[in-house]
Design a protein around this ligand. Structure first.
Ligand code: FES
Length: 131
């Protein structure tokens, strides 16, 4: 193994030891709402939510589908704005984050919000374009 490969491997190993503290308001007030998640580089916000659901609490509720910023199903509220979790990377060096449901919509459960309004608007847009 070359020096460059060895440095890269050590860097990867250090990276896997990093944690990010994630806080998510839960619909069930008794449910765990803070998680210490193993960090990967790169790591999208959606990766973080999936890691929580797979390794910490399978009851965490959130939506996603396409993973390529096309379906708008993975919207969440972070750092004062609504974002798509599948599009936003967790910044290097960040070790804490609060993820909330999208603002301006009714919460169904955890990070899932009512989407009928968005879907209705989308259908209307499609109808307009198809005429
Ligand atoms: S999963 Fe489709 S936009 Fe994020």
């Amino acid at each position: 193994m070359s020096d460059v490969e060895a440095r890269s491997r050590r860097s990867e190993m250090r990276g896997s030891e990093k944690k990010v503290r994630v806080t998510i308001p839960r619909s069930d007030l008794g449910a765990q709402n803070t998680f210490e998640v193993d960090r990967t580089d790169p790591m999208l916000l959606l990766d973080l939510l999936l890691a929580i659901q797979r390794r910490h609490d399978p009851s965490l509720a959130f939506r996603y589908s396409c993973r390529v910023a096309m379906c708008n199903m993975c919207g969440v509220h972070v750092d004062g704005g609504n974002v798509l979790a599948c599009r936003v990377p967790l910044e290097a060096g960040r070790d804490e984050i609060r993820v909330e449901p999208m603002q301006g919509a009714t919460v169904v459960r955890d990070l899932i919000v009512e989407t009928d309004q968005f879907v209705d608007e989308w259908v209307q847009d499609v109808d307009r374009w198809s005429q």
